[in-house]
Design a protein around this ligand. Structure first.
Ligand code: ZN
Ligand code: FE
Length: 258
């Protein structure tokens, strides 16, 4: 179905957002979570691209703020979750739906990932995951509208994807996330090594993304809430926690004040 390989390019927006641009070599493209319409429009004009599709993971303004402007310029299909707070959406999707971007030769499976928001979704296809603000490298989204149990089950779904899956998170939070992850697991060798690489990348103003599921399973404390060192760290704050969701709740609350 796909004629040429998928290329994923970051468009930087605001302080630390990435708007991911999906292209398969033609003059049409898609973007994920265009919080800023101006930076997307100017990138597309510079590269003589037309916008075919907008994929939306959740309703926060830094993810949808540019949708109306881009719709006025290119009338793309706007695909997102059922949520009244997302306007301009013309296709509504939920878990186990597949979205077809026929003109780009792309298709993505939809995964429900509540926790950061109630209606948050992720897109997975072509070896790529777009998790919005649910999964960050070495971190996860804040629990604005969901519970630790929901975040645990959402992250369990993402962690079960193939190890080589490339993860295109919506924010460059990796460096500060690594500092927190090292507080949770100071002796995690994979994390120590990753953190050093992340510091080099950020010193050179380079993105740390995409990450991979394999890397996150090794380094991300929110994907490691059943690993003894993470559970033990959570128990220092709350001796009653068990592996899994209660550990998730304690380390997420710890990160909120870190
Ligand atoms: Zn958000
Ligand atoms: Fe965000």
């Amino acid at each position: 179905m796909q004629k040429r390989p998928l290329t994923v390019t970051p468009i930087r927006a605001f302080h630390d957002n990435y708007i991911w641009l999906l292209s398969t070599g033609g003059n049409r493209c898609a973007v994920v979570d265009p919080g800023d319409g101006e930076v997307v429009a100017s990138h597309l004009k510079t590269h003589r691209l037309e916008l075919d599709t907008i994929l939306i993971t959740h309703h926060h303004p830094d993810h949808i703020g540019g949708v109306a402007h881009l719709v006025s310029l290119w009338q793309p299909e706007v695909i997102g979750p059922e949520d009244q707070r997302i306007s301009n959406r013309n296709t509504t999707v939920r878990e186990s739906d597949t979205v077809h971007l026929n003109r780009l030769g792309l298709r993505f499976d939809v995964i429900d990932v509540p926790g950061h928001t109630r209606t948050h979704i992720a897109f997975f296809g072509h070896g790529c995951l777009f998790p919005g603000d649910t999964l960050f490298s070495a971190g996860c989204g804040r629990l604005f509208e969901g519970t630790a149990e929901q975040m645990q089950s959402s992250l369990d779904k993402l962690a079960a994807l193939p190890a080589a899956t490339r993860i295109y998170c919506a924010h460059e939070y990796t460096q500060s996330n690594c500092e927190f992850a090292l507080a949770v697991e100071p002796e995690n060798a994979a994390l120590i090594e990753y953190s050093a690489w992340v510091n080099e990348r950020r010193a050179a103003d380079q993105p740390t993304l995409p990450s991979t599921i394999e890397k996150e399973r090794a380094c991300n404390p929110f994907l490691r809430t059943r690993e003894a060192p993470v559970v033990d760290s959570a128990r220092e704050l709350d001796p009653t926690v068990q592996a899994g969701a209660t550990t998730m709740g304690v380390i997420r609350a710890w990160k909120d004040r870190f």
